[in-house]
Design a protein around this ligand. Structure first.
Ligand code: ADP
Ligand code: MG
Length: 298
C-alpha cells in the first residue's frame, strides 16, 4: 500500500469525525468480519435513568436511594451517574469514606447518615452476594420481575442486609439499528457482549437486529477479552467497539479497537479508532472507508 493512499483515507476519516491512531489502522480494519459491541454507552445511549426503587427489610426508599447515590458518586459508570442524579433530587448526598469500586460489579463505601456510619454496597447480584451470601427466593423473584420489565436492576445492601433494588432504564441510540443493518450488508457479523443481564441484552439485541445466538450477557470485564480471543482462535478478524473502563482490555486484544468519543479516557487510549459522534454509523463508515481506500490503492 502506498502511504499517500492511506493518508488520504485518514484525511477522509477525520472529516467524518473518525480519529485513527495511525495510517496502518485502515489496513488492519480491512479484513474485519466480526464486530463485537458493548451494550451500555455503545449500542444504547448509556444515559440511564432510575425508573423504580423497591425496598426490603423495612428500609425507606428515600434512604436506600440516598445511600446508594452517596456511594455511586465515586464511580463514573452510567448506572452510577443515574443513581447520583436520583439521589440528589432527594437532598444533599452523605459523606463517604473507605470507597471501593469493582469494574463490572459495583461499589462499596462507608456512608455517614444522620450521624451514624453505615457500610453500603450497590451492584449486581454476584457482587452483593459476596456481602450477604445467597439471595432468598423472594429476592430472586424481585430481581427477575425488575429485569423482565427490561430494567437493569441494582441491589443495595446496607450493613450486610439487602435494603432494596433500584431499577434503571436506558435508551437505544437511533443510529444503532440502521448501522447494524449496514454492517450485515458488508458481510460482518454483529455480536452483543455485555455485563448487563440477559433479559435486557435480549431485548436490546432484538430491537437493533442482532441474532439471539450472538448475544452474550452477564459477561465480566476479564471475560470480554476471553470472548474476543475465542472468536480470534476460531479464525475471525474481530473489531471490538466499547466505551467503558471494562471494555479497555478487549479493545486492546481485538484486531481493531473502536472507542466511543463519549467514552472513558481508558477506552479511548486502548483503541485504534475513536468515533467522535459516538454512533455505530461511524463504525460502519470506518469499516467501509478502509475497504474503499485499500481497493483504490491496490
Ligand atoms: P456493560 O458491559 O453493559 O457496559 P459493565 O461491565 O460495566 O456493563 O457492568 C456490568 C454490571 O455490573 C452492570 O450491569 C451492573 O449490574 C454492575 N455494575 C457495574 N458498575 C456498577 C456501579 N457503579 N454501580 C452498580 N452496579 C454496577
Ligand atoms: Mg459500556
Amino acid at each position: 500500500a502506498t502511504p499517500v493512499g492511506l493518508l488520504a483515507g485518514t484525511g477522509r476519516a477525520s472529516q467524518l469525525g473518525i480519529l485513527i491512531s495511525g495510517p496502518q489502522v485502515l489496513e488492519d480494519s480491512r479484513g474485519v468480519d466480526t464486530v463485537v459491541l458493548d451494550k451500555t454507552g455503545t449500542v444504547t445511549k448509556g444515559e440511564m435513568a432510575v425508573s423504580n426503587a423497591q425496598t426490603m427489610n423495612g428500609h425507606q426508599s428515600h434512604d436506600v436511594l440516598g445511600a446508594a447515590a452517596a456511594v455511586e458518586l465515586g464511580s463514573e459508570h452510567p448506572i452510577a451517574q443515574a443513581i447520583v442524579e436520583a439521589g440528589r433530587q432527594l437532598g444533599e448526598l452523605s459523606e463517604v469514606t473507605e470507597f471501593e469500586s469493582t469494574a463490572g460489579g459495583g461499589v462499596i463505601g462507608t456512608v455517614t447518615m444522620h450521624g451514624t456510619k453505615h457500610r453500603v454496597a450497590a451492584g449486581r447480584s454476584t457482587f452483593i452476594t459476596q456481602q450477604v451470601g445467597e439471595l432468598t427466593d423472594t429476592q430472586h423473584q424481585a430481581l427477575a420481575d425488575a429485569e423482565a420489565a427490561g430494567a437493569t436492576a441494582i441491589w443495595v445492601v446496607i450493613n450486610g442486609e439487602v435494603a432494596g433494588i433500584i431499577s434503571l432504564q436506558d435508551q437505544i441510540k437511533d443510529t444503532s439499528a440502521p448501522a447494524i443493518a449496514e454492517l450485515k450488508d458488508l458481510g460482518i457479523t454483529p455480536i452483543l457482549l455485555t455485563g448487563d443481564n440477559a433479559s435486557v441484552a435480549r431485548q436490546v439485541a432484538a430491537e437493533v437486529g442482532i441474532d439471539p445466538e450472538n448475544v452474550f450477557a452477564g459477561v465480566r470485564p476479564e471475560d470480554k477479552v476471553d470472548k474476543v480471543q475465542e472468536l480470534q482462535a476460531a479464525g475471525k478478524t474481530v473489531a471490538m467497539v466499547g466505551d467503558g473502563i471494562n471494555d479497555a482490555p478487549a479493545l486492546a486484544q481485538a484486531d481493531l479497537g473502536i472507542a466511543m468519543g463519549s467514552g472513558t479516557d481508558v477506552a479511548r487510549e486502548a483503541a485504534d479508532i475513536t468515533v467522535m459522534g459516538s454512533s455505530l454509523t461511524q463504525v460502519s463508515q470506518s469499516l467501509q472507508l478502509s475497504r474503499k481506500t485499500l481497493s483504490i490503492i491496490r
